[in-house]
Design a protein around this ligand. Sequence first.
Ligand SMILES: Cc1cc2nc3c(=O)[nH]c(=O)nc-3n(C[C@H](O)[C@H](O)[C@H](O)COP(=O)(O)O)c2cc1C
Length: 238
Amino acid sequence: MLPDDYSALIQARHSIRDFRPDAVPGEVLDGILDDARHAPSWSNTRPYCVAVATGERLDRLREGYVAAFDASLPLQHRKRSAMVKAVLTGTLPDGDFKTWGRYPDDLRPRSVKVGVGLYQHLGIERGDREARDAQSRRNCEFFGAPVVLWMFVHDQLLPFSAHDAGLMLQTLMLAAQARGVDSCALGVLTTWRGPVEAEFTIPPHYKLITGLALGYASDDPVNDFRAEHPPLQLLDPR
Ligand SMILES: Cc1cc2nc3c(=O)[nH]c(=O)nc-3n(C[C@H](O)[C@H](O)[C@H](O)COP(=O)(O)O)c2cc1C
């Protein structure tokens, strides 16, 4: 492969937020997963594992995640006594890592920019809570993807296990892209562990770090959105 071809593959990948229902053929999915095993890892520990869901299992997971999302809306809206009610009703997010914390001050503007950019692209007004919730809920519907992966990292090799899972995630997304399969990482799924734990046996010490949707992009305008990719932040030598 020529360097230009590799650059083109990398630049062709972008997050897809509406998928056609078409299944990814088994041999294509197997090829993607097989490529992902070639990702490098800390001392070759491969400190992660992956749950792959399709079909009826994925339908059940979609239901579970949408229910968890809806139950968390009062918390997301910071309604009074939402926290107390969530504790009493057992609907507090049960993810292994906190996903709703405030971003560090220097990174927050970047996150705001992509969020605002996406909502503007979709014509969703800042104050239109219903439309914003509906778009957020789409994450928990996995944007209609026919295949979703849940990725877990070993909690005794953090932060390196999370780092290695990232290397594997990008290897996998590019392997998918090379086969015409689109993707969107779904970090939001990290908020809830219960639904995926009901469907898969997760070994001890493995913590949910992200989800990943795979499938074929629809022609919905949401997929025309492009995030910024400014140059890497290079440090000045002393
Ligand atoms: C670990 C991880 C988790 C992500 N989680 C979500 C998510 O939950 N929902 C979403 O719409 N995009 C998610 N994204 C996509 C990012 O917003 C996206 O990668 C970034 O804005 C750059 O855009 P691009 O992927 O189109 O190049 C996630 C990306 C990564 C790497």
